[in-house]
Design a protein around this ligand. Structure first.
Ligand SMILES: [Zn+2]
Length: 108
């Protein structure tokens, strides 16, 4: 129902402008669930971030904050930014839905 759409994914990549975890930019970005699906996470805009292949492989199904600590990455900065970005994208999503409902009201 709230699965990540292609436009949300594009917006996520623009918002993060690189790997969400290590900041790498000169690398193809992959979708990573912050809270892994296997731990109850969902494939939604507020749980998906772009990340580089090396982070994605390393993190795998680990819990994000303990993994970032282990990698000596700044998990507080990440969580803060992730909250801001997902909040702003969630707002856009609501607007998209409202727009779609309006379109339905247009007579064929
Ligand atoms: Zn990375």
């Amino acid at each position: 129902m709230h699965e990540l759409t292609d436009s949300q994914w594009d917006a996520l990549k623009v918002a993060w402008s690189g790997c969400a975890y290590c900041g790498a930019t000169a690398t193809p970005l992959q979708k990573d669930c912050v809270l892994p699906i296997s731990r109850g996470g969902r494939y939604e805009v507020n749980n998906v971030v772009p990340c580089c292949r090396s982070c994605n492989t390393s993190k795998c199904n680990a819990e994000v904050t303990s993994w970032m600590r282990r990698k000596k990455l700044d998990e507080r900065a990440f969580l803060l930014r992730q909250a801001e970005i997902s909040a702003s994208l969630a707002t856009q999503t609501t607007e998209d839905v409202a727009q779609a409902e309006c379109d339905d009201d247009v007579p064929a």
